[in-house]
Design a protein around this ligand. Structure first.
Ligand SMILES: Cc1cn([C@H]2C[C@H](O)[C@@H](COP(=O)(O)OP(=O)(O)O[C@H]3O[C@@H](C)C(=O)[C@@H](O)[C@H]3O)O2)c(=O)[nH]c1=O
Length: 185
């Protein structure tokens, strides 16, 4: 397993060790001991799985307020996504900055999204399946979103006409969004 730092402190790309042979491959998609040895001490308690049928489905940008903030460990098990994180940590030198990553069933990269980040993705393939672990339970009362097309963020999404849920078409701009994350770098 290889852990790659990104431009945003705390956001990491995880490259698992993939053992290929004539049958296909085997990999450990998560190993708590290896994560702990690398200082990634989260305790993941819920696994999520979504299917997006069409290309251009955009889910996001989502986060949960404290004390129900979530760390997410995201991977793709069918197709490919453009996965985006936005730093919402007040006091962070990268507050309001975003970064995007291509995650796919082929590259098997996983993205570790810390608490204090909004997260969203856009599908690049039909029938895309995303699976992710979280370290806090889903809490509808703490569930929040930021507009995917907030001009202040200027995220370079793969489409300007995504397929959205009703909820995701109504999120506030970052400047108007509730946020109780403090940077503790
Ligand atoms: C996220 C979530 C949703 N649900 C329910 C609520 C709702 O009825 C239905 C669909 O929820 P949503 O529309 O919020 O699903 P979705 O838009 O896929 O939400 C997800 O988006 C990505 C980008 C994330 O980062 C995730 O944390 C999560 O917010 O599933 C749960 O029961 N548990 C959960 O953990």
């Amino acid at each position: 397993m290889n852990i790659i730092d990104t431009a945003l402190a705390g956001v990491k790309l995880i490259e698992p060790s993939v053992h290929g042979d004539q049958r296909g491959f085997f990999m450990e998609s998560y190993n708590e001991r290896d994560f702990h040895e690398q200082g990634l001490l989260n305790r993941f308690i819920q696994d999520n799985h979504s299917l997006s049928a069409e290309v251009g489905v955009l889910r996001g940008l989502h986060y949960q307020l404290n004390p129900k903030a979530q760390t997410k460990l995201v991977r793709v098990t069918a197709g490919e996504i453009y996965d985006v994180v936005v730093d919402l940590r007040r006091g962070s030198s990268t507050f309001g900055r975003w970064q995007g990553f291509h995650l796919s069933v082929s590259n098997k990269l996983q993205l570790l999204v810390p608490q204090g980040f909004a997260h969203g993705f856009c599908t690049l393939t039909p029938n895309t399946e995303v699976q992710y672990k979280v370290d806090e339970y889903y809490s509808p009362e703490h569930d929040r979103g930021i507009a995917w097309n907030d001009p202040a963020l200027a995220i370079d999404w793969p489409t300007s006409t995504p397929i959205l849920s009703d909820k995701d078409s109504k999120h506030p701009l970052l400047a108007d969004a509730e946020n109780n994350f403090v940077y503790e770098g």
